[in-house]
Design a protein around this ligand. Structure first.
Ligand code: HEM
Ligand code: HEM
Length: 196
């Protein structure tokens, strides 16, 4: 595609990199905190979890502003309409290797839109539950005794971590098998010949 570079502008690629590094760092520090791995570095692990939670939340806010304020108006790419829903069976059949292609009716496929929307929704939920670990009395106040609700908050936070691990793995897998040239463009800004 001749103008594909404009499809993935520089700002978008930088924000994607920040998201990628932050998720990896939060998963790593999160697993270490929960399962007492390298326990003597616990303070360091918590401190880095806090740094990256601030970074990911600021980055998410920046991505939101960019989606609505930049002339590319990328928020439209995430909108799911009836046509996308009708397209889901075909996209699923394509992902399951049951058919060679599916109708490309938008920039992202229907399932891709669902996954990308879940990414930002779950980051906000994860942020809320994360802060609830620190202030269970305020943020999970309806749950009763803060000593008990903090256990709930930590368990929900860890469960959502697995959502991120699974979804990011699927996202990475599809990005690799589906369009290696797109992956190089998204991560490193390298255009292949057919994209020039
Ligand atoms: C989005 C913003 C986030 C906030 C505000 C946040 C906040 C927190 C806080 C306050 C803790 C407790 C640390 C402590 O005990 O001092 C924690 C632990 C943890 N975080 Fe996050 N976090 C965020 C994102 C993430 C993400 C994206 C993941 C993984 C995908 C993650 C995985 C974990 C895990 C597994 C723990 C250990 C839970 C436990 O104590 O059993 N966090 N987080
Ligand atoms: C090694 C890890 C990753 C690889 C190889 C990768 C690859 C890609 C590629 C190739 C695209 C472009 C898809 C297209 O234009 O059709 C993309 C877009 C996207 N990726 Fe990733 N990704 C990775 C990690 C992540 C993570 C951790 C997140 C967030 C949790 C994420 C969220 C997104 C989102 C929301 C988009 C849509 C474009 C945007 O708004 O930035 N990705 N990714």
């Amino acid at each position: 595609m001749k103008d594909h570079r404009q499809d993935i502008p520089y700002h978008l690629r930088v924000m994607h990199w920040i998201h990628l590094v932050s998720i990896f760092a939060l998963v790593f520090t999160g697993i270490c905190i929960r399962h007492h791995i390298f326990d003597r570095y616990l303070v360091l692990q918590k401190r880095h979890h806090y740094y990256f939670m601030v970074i990911i939340l600021i980055n998410l806010a920046a991505r939101f502003i960019y989606a609505f304020r930049d002339e590319t108006m990328t928020y439209r790419d995430f909108a799911i309409g009836m046509e996308d829903i009708r397209n889901i069976p075909q996209v699923l059949r394509y992902y399951l290797f049951l058919q060679d292609d599916y109708p490309h009716i938008a920039k992202y496929a229907a399932m891709q839109k669902v996954a990308y929307n879940l990414f930002w929704i779950m980051t906000i939920v994860q942020g809320y539950v994360g802060f609830a670990i620190l202030r269970p009395g305020i943020l999970f106040g309806w749950g009763g005794n803060p000593d008990v609700t903090v256990i709930w908050a930590r368990s929900i936070h860890a469960a959502i971590m697995w959502f991120f691990i699974i979804m990011t793995t699927v996202h990475m897998y599809i990005a690799t098998i589906e369009g290696f040239s797109l992956l190089k463009l998204m991560l490193f800004g390298i255009e292949t010949e057919e994209q020039q």
